[in-house]
Design a binder for this molecule. Structure first.
Ligand SMILES: Nc1ncnc2c1ncn2[C@@H]1O[C@H](COP(=O)(O)OP(=O)(O)O)[C@@H](O)[C@H]1O
Ligand SMILES: [Mg+2]
Length: 405
């Protein structure tokens, strides 16, 4: 097959999905806004052609470029595994008359209000929610929904512009911060633990699924700079503890009519076990979570996805030998990284369980902690026991310190 892959070089996971398609024996044509020379080597090695566009924001120019190319070379599929271009991918498919998700099928995965409307119609438990475009609308929605509430953009990502609001006075404090957001969802705030349910599907049937535990909830990690966010793939996915979330995940896929590819769902587990829907995307999770799946199973789910979407099968061996987790570390202080403490003793204690240590080097400029999920460095560990995996990550959280100045 000739497959058009959107943004094959960025972000970091994309070259691996691109390589997965090539390893399945397909010709992969990349389309991206990166200069061809700057493309990651893995992406470069996997592409048979590359269409460079000046920007993805001018959609009609991208469509025209692809239409022109398709006059010369037959395109069989359009694939996209990155959130911002899911609708563009659907438009390209419609233009070329190709199978895969249409614009109409994609929208409920992008627009959190439409998503919840479909799920509500299907009897799936969502937080009470009202969407609005004005400040008065937020005030009115807040009084209807009742405090505490969560206010967030209907098309957000990475917990950006997302707030827990406890009372009217607090609402007045955050309203000015939302000026640039066009439409927000005002939701019942669900006090719960937070998990993912990620799948690779063929014809609507789940071929592989993964559950991650977030420690703490992403909104907490995003709100407090001192927190080092952890995400851990659960080895014991069939444990009854996760049963309500697994069932919800299956119901959600059915309600939205999802057929082929990766999905990434987030769900909340209340202390009484009830599952409440968070959100779903028709793409893999970001921020190295796909790598966690690989470390947990010693397989290549990038290629597994490519096989699923192009051949309708999934033959990567799912062995769930490990819980695999990552912790994102934030440096203390501003400026450049001056020193890193604690790594040697952690390596001595847990080195055999560490898969990746990827910290900013001494001298590097600290990243803006509000703009990056990966913060100033990432460590991935794995262990057969879930509690031990958490313990190692907690030790890293406490003992590893990066100082900037
Ligand atoms: N209704 C809610 N109740 C409690 N927490 C919420 C609610 N909605 C969102 N959050 C918190 O905010 C985070 C980000 O919201 P989410 O809908 O997942 O958007 P994003 O696309 O930014 O990840 C969630 O991971 C969760 O911690
Ligand atoms: Mg989310």
């Amino acid at each position: 097959m000739n497959i058009l892959m959107i943004s094959p070089g960025f972000p970091v996971e994309q070259p691996f999905f691109t390589r997965g398609l090539a390893r399945q024996g397909h010709d992969v044509i990349g389309i991206g806004d990166q200069n061809e020379h700057d493309l990651n080597q893995i992406a470069k090695g996997a592409l048979s052609a590359y269409l460079q566009v000046s920007s993805f924001t001018d959609e009609s120019a991208v469509l025209a470029r692809v239409a022109d190319f398709a006059n010369k070379v037959r395109i069989d599929r359009v694939e996209c595994t990155w959130e911002p271009f899911m609708v563009l991918a659907a438009k390209l498919r419609e233009m070329l008359g190709l199978p895969g998700m249409t614009v109409q099928q994609t929208i409920p995965f992008r627009d959190k209000e439409k998503m919840k409307q479909v799920l509500d119609q299907n009897g799936i438990r969502t937080p009470r929610h009202i969407s609005t475009t004005t400040k008065d609308g937020v005030r009115e929605a807040a009084s209807k929904v009742g405090y505490p509430i969560c206010v967030k953009p209907i098309s957000g990502a990475g917990s950006a512009d997302t707030y827990r609001v406890d009372n009217e006075q607090h609402l007045e404090e955050i309203l000015p911060l939302l000026g640039h957001v066009q439409e927000v969802s005002v939701e019942e705030f669900i006090e719960a633990d937070e998990f993912t349910f990620d799948t690779v599907c063929v014809n609507g049937e789940i071929k592989f699924f993964n559950i991650c535990s977030y420690r703490p909830r992403p909104l907490m990690g995003r709100t407090h700079q001192w927190i080092s966010q952890q995400t851990i793939t659960v080895r014991d996915v069939l444990n009854p503890f996760y049963a309500s979330g697994r069932k919800m995940g299956i119901d959600v896929l059915r309600a939205l009519g999802f057929r082929d590819g990766f999905t990434h769902m987030e769900w909340y587990r209340k202390p009484d076990g009830e599952a409440v829907f968070g959100e779903i995307a028709a793409r893999p999770p970001g921020a190295n979570t796909v790598d966690l799946m690989n470390f947990a199973n010693d397989f290549d789910v990038y290629e597994g996805w490519a096989e699923a979407v192009t051949r309708g099968s999934f033959s990567q061996p799912i062995n769930r030998s490990f819980n695999a987790g990552h912790i994102f570390k934030r440096a203390r202080g501003e400026g450049r990284i001056q020193r890193i403490e604690g790594l040697e003793s952690l390596m001595a204690d847990y080195g055999q369980h560490m898969c990746i240590v990827d910290l900013l080097p001494i001298g590097a400029q600290r990243r803006d902690w509000k703009q990056t999920l990966r913060s100033d460095g990432m460590i991935i560990v794995r262990h057969p026991d879930f509690g031990t995996t958490c313990e190692i990550l907690d030790q890293i959280g406490m003992r590893l310190q990066m100082y900037a100045g």
